[in-house]
Design a protein around this ligand. Structure first.
Ligand SMILES: Nc1ncnc2c1ncn2[C@@H]1O[C@H](COP(=O)(O)OP(=O)(O)OP(=O)(O)O)[C@@H](O)[C@H]1O
Ligand SMILES: [Mg+2]
Length: 272
């Protein structure tokens, strides 16, 4: 479990990006940070892997203050996925995915076998292993980003708008595949989006932020939709009309059969 305890981030110019945040991110679940642009979602996320240091307060993982850990050790246990995937353009797909295993000094063969396995898990044809990122579609690049973050099997994943750069149809299938994958790997995930539909679809819990980095509500999607906080949250959910639509979509999702994973073991075939 990740815990924020009275965490504030004030940038040197005085901007308060995150204001006295206290929040728990339960293990093995997806917690979504949602809110308008500039409300402190990315800042909150990046404080978890110490890319940004808080001004006040404490963040702990499984009860241990993250400041007590070496920053690079900490990051090895945390996969990070960003918008536009952020792949290395001059590395092949397989080498992109194997980035962290290589850094950890894994045997090259083992690192590549893991990368190929992950390609399948995220729904990528292993025939693409030798391509470069520019030879993939946007949605495929996002899948590589997810596979790369999973490569060293970190218990924690930070995902910052990982699916927002693709069109709604691709986004929908990436979300479905991501949920299927998470049902297998059960990582502790902090997922940032500004899209409330995405938050309701993916989150076990949703943290709604408002500008100024203030946590407006933290609840399960059902609680949020049946009992939204007055004012900002209700407005953010789109008022009565928006709420009605979100509740309706959620009921539809709940009645759908979950997709069955199709994972074939042709790692060796792809290596040839
Ligand atoms: N290095 C910085 N110096 C000063 N202010 C910053 C810095 N980085 C971010 N901010 C400010 O902190 C606030 C929160 O930024 P943050 O990137 O966390 O927002 P966000 O919720 O991720 O927004 P978006 O949805 O647009 O990505 C914003 O007002 C932003 O301008
Ligand atoms: Mg952001």
């Amino acid at each position: 479990m990740i815990r924020f305890d009275g965490v504030t981030k004030r940038y040197p110019d005085g901007t308060v990006a995150v204001d006295d945040l206290t929040l728990e991110i339960p293990s093995g679940q997806i917690t979504v940070f949602v809110g308008p642009s500039g409300c402190g979602k990315t800042t909150s996320l990046r404080m978890i892997n110490r890319m940004i240091e808080p001004t006040a307060g404490t963040i702990s993982i499984d009860g241990e203050d993250i400041r007590k850990k070496d920053a690079s050790d900490l990051r090895r246990g945390i996969g990070y996925v960003i918008q536009h995937a952020g792949l290395f353009p001059h590395r092949t797909i397989i080498d992109n995915i194997a980035t962290v295993p290589y850094l950890l000094g894994w045997d090259k063969k083992k690192a590549r076998a893991t990368a190929l396995e992950l390609m399948e898990r995220v729904g990528l044809d292993t025939k693409m292993a030798k391509r470069y990122p520019f030879q993939l579609s946007g949605g495929q690049q996002q899948r590589v980003g997810v596979a790369r973050a999973l490569a060293a099997d970190p218990p924690v994943m930070l995902m910052d708008e990982p699916f927002s750069a693709v069109d709604p149809i691709v986004r929908n299938s990436l979300q479905d595949e991501f949920l299927r994958l998470q049902s297998e790997v059960r990582k502790t995930i902090a997922f940032v989006t500004h899209d409330i539909d995405e938050a309701v679809k993916l989150g076990h819990r949703i943290a709604v932020f408002q500008v100024g980095g203030v946590l407006a509500q933290h609840a399960t999607p059902d609680e949020l939709l049946t009992n939204p906080a007055e004012g900002f949250v209700t407005e953010f959910l789109g008022g009565e009309k928006g709420l009605k639509r979100l509740r309706f979509n959620r009921e539809l999702d709940a009645t759908e059969e979950p997709a069955q994973p199709e994972i074939e073991d042709d790692v060796e075939a792809a290596e040839r």
